[in-house]
Design a protein around this ligand. Structure first.
Ligand SMILES: N[C@@H](CCC(=O)N[C@@H](CS)C(=O)NCC(=O)O)C(=O)O
Length: 339
């Protein structure tokens, strides 16, 4: 079975360990790893279900990279060969011509040891995987791809704020992004309780921080907000029930619920979210923790579009830039995945 991270359906009896990304080449302006930034050369492969891949989906949209970096959306349900392009005509990605993401990994390295995961960036001419380094991909989109950004693109990783952004992201990663997985895939009561308590301890600290400021760092949207958003947007739909992070629901926390709705309603965030993919992936793929594969009907999504009043805190969402335009043709989230 393909092995990366949370996709692993054979949980064994060990504590949950997130595997390291295996292919860490970088696509850079100077091409030092052999992969120069080039419009039209690469394809970003994602699942809209996956929080790590969703970071890249949001960044790509905020930065206006849609024409420069095309995107393939995998079926939210993997099979034994992992991510598949069953949403596309004849089950084949129209640009790469492959049926399984694993084929791009195989072209890069036979029997790729780290398993197949999204997000993945594939070199279109050779069909080879370039990187699945989910921690790096978005930072490089923000900094190395700047010549291809749209006019008015925000600075998501401002140089003057990097230390603070990195520090916040490290805590968010440990306790929130990955904390929910450690709780959900815990094999023992103590392990679960420690992880679950850590999730809520950190969420409460983040809520205090966000009570008086609109965004996590400075007064504009940064990479740190993208990384917190991708976990919060899944919280009530999957982490509260499926991963047993159920001390409270996000809708019960006034600050975080307003914060995440603010981002959801900001162009580039909510318009990338597919609750149908999210729910079907988690509840149907992780059969170790949901053997019936039943997908719950709730929660009610109508609240996502209600007023949040966070603009009263000030803040300049895009700094000196502007919001992205409408979602590109063919990239709209289908109605059944939207509030
Ligand atoms: N590459 C990292 C993070 C990305 C990740 O975990 N992606 C998940 C989906 S959310 C994945 O593709 N897992 C492999 C699988 O399910 O087969 C890892 O392997 O842990």
């Amino acid at each position: 079975m393909s092995g990366g991270g949370d996709g692993n359906r054979d949980y064994g009896h060990k504590a949950f360990m997130r595997s390291k990304s295996h292919f860490t080449d970088r696509i850079t302006a100077d091409g030092r790893d052999g992969w120069p930034v080039e419009a039209g050369r690469y394809r970003l492969v994602v699942s809209r279900a996956c929080p790590w891949a969703s970071r890249a989906v949001i960044s790509r949209r905020l930065l206006g990279l849609e024409d420069a970096l095309s995107m393939a959306i995998a079926d939210p349900i993997q099979d034994d060969r992992s991510w598949r392009f069953t949403l596309d005509p004849e089950g084949r990605d129209p640009v790469l011509g492959i049926r399984f993401l694993a084929e791009a990994y195989e072209r890069r390295e036979t029997g790729s040891p780290g398993g197949v995961s999204v997000p993945a960036v594939v070199d279109v001419p050779s069909g080879r995987l370039v990187t699945n380094d989910y921690q790096r991909i978005t930072l490089d989109l923000a900094t190395e791809w700047s010549d291809l950004h749209r006019p008015g693109a925000p600075d998501l990783y401002p140089r003057a704020r990097r230390d603070e952004i990195d520090a916040v992201m490290a805590e968010v990663y440990e306790d929130v992004n990955n904390g929910v997985y450690r709780a959900g895939f815990a094999n023992g009561q103590d392990e679960y309780e420690e992880a679950c308590a850590g999730v809520f301890r950190r969420l409460e600290l983040l809520a205090s921080r966000l009570a008086g400021q609109r965004y996590l760092v400075g007064d504009t949207i940064t990479e740190a907000d993208i990384r917190l958003f991708t976990t919060l947007v899944r919280f009530d739909a999957v982490y509260h029930g499926h991963f047993k992070c159920n001390r409270w629901k996000l809708t019960e926390n006034q600050v975080l619920w307003a914060y995440v709705r603010d981002l959801f309603q900001t162009p580039g965030f909510g318009d990338t979210v597919d609750f149908d993919h999210i729910k079907r992936h988690y509840y149907q793929v992780h059969t170790g923790i949901n053997p019936t594969r039943i997908v719950p009907l709730g929660p009610d999504l109508s609240g996502w579009l209600t007023p949040h009043h966070r603009e009263e805190l000030g803040g300049r969402p895009f700094g000196d830039g502007t919001p992205p335009g409408p979602v590109h043709n063919g990239e709209e989230v289908p109605a059944r995945g939207r509030p």
